[in-house]
Ligand binder design. Structure first.
Ligand code: DGJ
Length: 690
């Protein structure tokens, strides 16, 4: 809901628990007023008449107070917008008008030929912000930087910054530290979201898991990006973010062209990290993730079982075993196409390898369907191996710098998706592929960062950074529209492309290539700060863990770890014993029972993964599910009971595993005995209100 003051200069957006207000002065300064609990329009108006700080030499009264600080004029903060024309640099805008459409508020400004529209929309308690910059003149306008939003925090002592950092196989690890003066910058200059940071920050002072104020900001962009958290000289804090890492040139706008930034979303919660996460999850399920009300099926993925060494018969054997344990979607990973018998060749040639699939993919897809499962395949469309028919035919279709070596990672180069011929080629290939066999699911991978991001012959080659992402999105959108029954997974060597942008056009994401069930608990803990279990794919793989560390763990521990998200199986089922398969079948059955609660319920992180005992709880209506893991029991100490959340203290709950009836107040205040013991133990407890 948007409330507007009578003078048309103060605006208030209101969500279920929060409010956001801004004000335009007579001098065309757009000031931030409020972001926090719900307030009345009269409160916003009272804030609007508070004077700005008086004159101080060397300081600007606007700094730290503007909604969208531009370059130029009396400002020294990091500009969200930096524009250059043939005549000058910077912006001196004048307010033109505002309008609303549904729950979206738009404020329009102009600086000569450059138009600027600030967009605001409240969805739940998440404020979505983005900006459109247009060139309405006759000459070229260069956007050196155009951030999506600047967020302003209220004055508080002792801000702390939480972020999700990582690297390949160790993504989304939560860390928190005091904020200090100056700029803290996170981002990616790799062309994709990156494993190094999820585009999310949270600012807080004394918040805990279930109490205190948390301000979160998350960017919806799958290319290079930057979020800068700045503590200004007077200790005020602003957070600015958008596409691109540097300020050295994003795009040029020809006359009549415009650029719309990605959405930079902000959320205020006074429910601590848990409350903030639940609000982010609800927002994504309601407004971001396609078909989020549908359950995601239990999948099998062939990668860890068979890597590049695959054949139709061998996949059919795996499919039979997968179907027998209750898998619902069978995905053939890398190695089915072109000359792809290792990572050295074949990328780019999206036709089935005739030695491996002599009659194409259809016979296997039909077989999988006959077994009662959906059929999925792996692709990595944005890449090419130099040893491929595609590259031999079009060596100029890749990103490269004129006269320079073409850097290879994993023996592959990045296609220049900014080129229209490349876009059209990929559309033809992928549309053809999805039409040639009954494919229900596409795992879309991206296995190397940009390095030589050049485009010889193009006058403004750096536009390929933005245009690559736009083309990737457009291709996904077009494929989804043409093949509405096909679901997509975003993968980038594990979690290298996870953000709100890709999330709005994919059904789930591959969280990490790290399938070790213990490491996964920390990765999933971080992931859950922002994204819901409904999109978090997790596989049960072999023990000892073949990918990373050789750790030995029980099937029980592996399953309960993976059941915290969208369950998958990625082990070599042809090597599993009859007993293991029988046990796996029971776990899959149990998962299907708890799936609605896990995938659509509210998450409570009961105990973090650092301690010996960790646990999460999902609640939906009268049902609760607790997943608990014990890393190692020490000194013969009894394992502590786990205090539950989100229950009615006056109600009673029946444990479906034991038949015992527990009082809500007891579970909330004294906890649930999980019965865990020894090393790497795990359990699932289902509770139903009676
Ligand atoms: C990286 C992905 O994260 C893996 O799951 C697998 O699909 C490989 N690529 C295949 O090359």
């Amino acid at each position: 809901m948007v409330d507007i003051a009578e003078n048309g200069r103060t605006w208030l957006l209101t969500g279920p628990t929060s409010g956001y207000a801004l004000h335009l002065t007579e001098e065309h300064e757009l000031l931030h007023l409020h972001w926090g609990p719900r307030i009345a329009l009269a409160d916003a108006e009272a804030l609007a008449v508070r004077p700005l700080p008086g004159y101080r030499p060397f300081e600007s009264p606007l700094d730290g107070r503007e909604e969208y600080p531009v370059e130029g004029g009396p400002r020294f903060v990091r500009p969200a917008l930096s524009v250059r024309t043939d005549e000058r640099r910077g912006t001196e805008w004048a307010f033109e008008a505002y309008d609303t459409e549904g729950d979206e508020l738009r404020l329009r400004f102009r600086d000569d030929a450059v138009s600027l529209t600030l967009h605001y929309r409240m969805r739940g308690d998440v404020v979505e912000r983005w900006v459109t910059v247009g060139n309405e003149g006759h000459a070229r306008v260069e956007l050196l930087r155009a951030d999506a939003a600047t967020w302003t925090l209220p004055d508080r002592d002792g801000w702390r910054l939480s972020q999700l950092h990582g690297r390949w196989a160790a993504e989304s690890l939560l860390t928190s530290a005091p904020l200090t003066y100056g700029d803290k910058v996170i981002g990616s200059r790799r062309g994709h979201t990156g494993h190094q940071h999820l585009p999310w920050v949270a600012l807080h002072t004394d918040a805990g898991e279930e109490h205190g104020e948390v301000y979160g900001c998350a960017l919806g962009w799958s290319g290079s990006w930057r979020i800068a958290v700045s503590q200004l000289p007077d200790a005020r804090v602003q957070i600015t973010g958008g596409a691109g890492y540097d300020d050295s040139g994003l795009l040029t706008l020809a006359p009549g062209e415009s650029y719309t930034t990605p959405v930079f979303a902000g959320l205020w919660s006074d429910g601590g990290f848990g409350g903030a996460s639940r609000a982010w999850h609800a927002y994504q399920r309601a407004h971001v993730v396609p078909d989020a009300d549908r359950d995601r099926p239990v999948l099998f993925n062939s990668w860890e079982a068979t890597t590049f060494d695959i054949s139709e018969e061998q996949q059919a054997t795996l499919a039979r075993r997968a179907a027998a344990i209750g898998v619902e979607l069978f995905v053939v990973d890398d190695g089915w196409f072109g000359a792809r018998t290792s990572d050295r060749a074949g990328l780019g040639d999206w036709t089935p390898n005739p030695d491996r699939f002599p009659n194409g993919l259809k016979p296997l897809a039909d077989y999988v369907h006959a077994l009662g499962m959906q059929f999925g395949i792996w692709v990595e469309p944005e890449m090419v191996n130099p040893d491929s028919d595609l590259y031999r035919a079009h060596p100029d279709w890749v990103q490269y710098q004129f006269g320079r070596k073409r850097t290879e990672f994993r023996n592959q180069l990045v296609l220049n998706l900014a080129r229209e011929d490349v876009q059209e080629h990929l559309w033809q290939q992928l549309d053809g592929l999805l039409s040639s066999a009954p494919v229900d699911y596409v795992k879309w991978d991206f296995n190397r960062c940009f390095t030589d991001a050049g485009w010889p012959g193009e006058p403004y080659p750096q536009r390929l950074w933005v245009d690559h992402v736009r083309a990737f999105y457009a291709l996904l959108d077009r494929l989804r529209a043409a093949h509405p029954g096909v679901a997509f997974e975003s993968c980038s060597g594990g979690g290298g492309r996870i953000d709100l942008g890709v999330m709005s056009r994919t059904d789930q994401v591959w969280t990490s290539d790290n399938t070790d069930p213990l490491d996964r608990l920390a990765i999933q803990h971080g992931f859950s700060q922002i994204h819901p279990a409904r999109v978090m794919a997790a596989w049960v793989t072999d023990s000892p863990n073949t990918q990373l560390n050789g750790r030995v763990s029980s099937l029980r521990f592996r399953f309960v770890s993976a059941m915290a998200g969208v369950l998958g199986v990625g082990g070599d089922l042809s090597e599993w014993t009859e007993e293991e398969l029988a046990e796996a079948r029971q776990w899959v059955e149990l998962y299907k029972e708890i799936r609605p609660v896990v995938q659509h319920g509210d998450l409570y992180r009961l105990r973090p993964p650092e301690g010996g005992l960790s646990a999460v709880q999902y609640t939906l209506g009268d049902e609760s599910v607790v997943l608990a893991w014990l890393q190692a029991q020490r000194y013969g100490e009894p394992v502590p009971a786990v205090r539950l959340r989100g229950l009615d203290p006056a109600a009673s709950y029946e444990c479906r595993e034991t038949g015992e009836v527990h009082r809500g107040a007891v579970l909330l205040h004294h906890g649930l005995d999980t019965g865990l013991r020894g090393d790497l133990d795990a359990t699932v407890v289902r509770l139903r209100r009676i």
